[in-house]
Design a protein around this ligand. Structure first.
Ligand code: SF4
Length: 175
């Protein structure tokens, strides 16, 4: 498999859907210069070992300045079958084998599932944080209610609700 598939991640067979290939705000160097990252043939015929090493260095340097390097590495580690060759996130295939082993040692044999769960929890926290915050008046009402009634007891009787409403409105007017 050619490393150049990175220019079109959708062309890969069966990437793990829980880890979409990261979006880059600008074309990545592996998209604009795929040959630099393609080590599928090792030392290519006609390319000296020194030239291959130089190419590897160029790929690594490009990755080190890439805005999606962190998520690219995650994607490459998770999708082992799709990244058996080539440079991803400044790592070679051998380095990725070592990194996967470290992850398995740290998170257990189901480390990919653990990462997916962590991502899901992060997404849920972000979604919760995006909820519209209370307005200043709503915050004041909540505070007044807590001061007047202490922790919420359910259910409040209609008379209690009426009394609370009157108190809160009076408090708001005075504030
Ligand atoms: S980190 Fe490297 S391999 Fe990954 S998208 Fe960026 S340039 Fe490509």
């Amino acid at each position: 498999m050619s490393r150049t598939g990175i220019a079109n991640p959708g062309s890969f067979a069966d990437p793990d859907p829980r880890f979409p290939f990261p979006h880059s705000p600008a074309p990545t160097r592996c998209q604009s210069e795929p040959a630099t990252f393609d080590f599928a043939k090792g030392d290519r015929s006609g390319e000296s070992r020194a030239a291959t090493e130089q190419r590897l260095d160029r790929a690594r340097q490009a990755c080190s300045g890439c805005p999606i390097v962190k998520d690219c590495l995650r994607w490459a580690l998770v999708n082992e079958d799709l990244t058996r060759v080539g440079v991803f996130a400044a790592t070679t295939p051998v380095q990725r084998v070592v990194l996967r082993k470290r992850l398995a040692d740290r998170l257990g044999p189901d480390w990919i599932d653990v990462l997916a769960d962590q991502d899901q929890a992060r997404r849920e926290r972000s979604a919760a944080a995006r909820h519209t915050p209370l307005t200043a008046n709503q915050t004041r009402i909540v505070r007044l209610d807590r001061d007047a009634n202490g922790p919420m007891r359910v259910p409040l009787t209609p008379a209690q609700q009426q009394r609370n409403r009157a108190r809160l409105l009076a408090g708001l007017t005075a504030a």
